[in-house]
Design a protein around this ligand. Structure first.
Ligand code: CA
Length: 223
């Protein structure tokens, strides 16, 4: 079920959107202020954000600016009562993906949301799952069965890479080139040292390692 965040101060519109979007199969959360909406959006649990332009306090433009500055790539559709072309351009420049002028037809809103959801999918994979691990790329958090595993920066990068290639052979050359940005690392024991550090953190004692060593080739993370 796609998750949508509605940030809209006008109660009637907000309620209408909540009801309509729920009925259309969305999981909806709503915020009445820019501040509250920004906090929710920054947590990164949404597939798309509906953002009203004119909000008391922190307005839509500021919310958008903070989100994009924080590296949040969630698609944002701006709702605006203003029909001035300058404002539209401003919204898109600020990192909005689309806009809709109020009043709008609900069917039109749904159609635009579906386009954004389709467009957003491939690069918006922010949680990788492999070998029973959950790797949250935005929060830089790794969990196994809900328990957090603290990883150093390089260990995280290594695990992310292995997870992106889960079930596949990853050579030392690939790891040197893509994780250490220097293929010559493949000739040292640095890769092996880090794989072993990572194993100590992600493996359960007494169980087979989640990372298989492929002799003379490299490594493979379980799917
Ligand atoms: Ca408003």
């Amino acid at each position: 079920m796609p998750r949508v965040l509605v940030i809209e101060d006008e109660r009637k519109i907000r309620r209408g959107l909540e009801e309509g979007l729920s009925a259309a199969g969305f999981e909806v959360e709503a915020a009445a202020t820019g501040n509250e909406g920004m906090q929710l959006a920054r947590a990164g649990r949404f597939d798309v954000v509906l953002l009203d332009w004119m909000l008391p306090g922190m307005d839509g433009l500021e919310v958008l600016h903070v989100l994009r500055s924080a590296g949040q790539t969630v698609p944002v559709l701006i709702l605006t009562a203003r029909d001035a072309i300058d404002d539209r351009v401003l919204g898109l420049d600020a990192g909005a993906d689309d806009y809709l002028v109020k009043p709008f037809a609900f069917a039109e809103l749904l159609a635009r949301l579906r386009v954004l959801l389709r467009r957003g999918q491939p690069e918006r994979e922010t949680v990788l799952r492999a070998a029973g691990l959950e790797i949250d790329l935005l929060r830089r958090r790794v969990t196994r069965g809900g328990a957090e595993i603290a990883l150093a920066h390089k260990e995280f990068a290594l695990l992310e890479y292995l997870a992106r290639h889960k079930g596949q052979a990853v050579t030392r050359e690939m790891l040197g080139r893509d994780v250490w940005d220097d293929p010559s690392y493949a000739l040292t024991n640095v890769v092996e040292v880090y794989v072993n550090l990572l194993r100590k953190k992600i493996d359960s004692p007494g169980e087979r390692s989640l990372i298989t060593t492929l002799r003379g080739v490299g490594y493979r993370l379980e799917e």
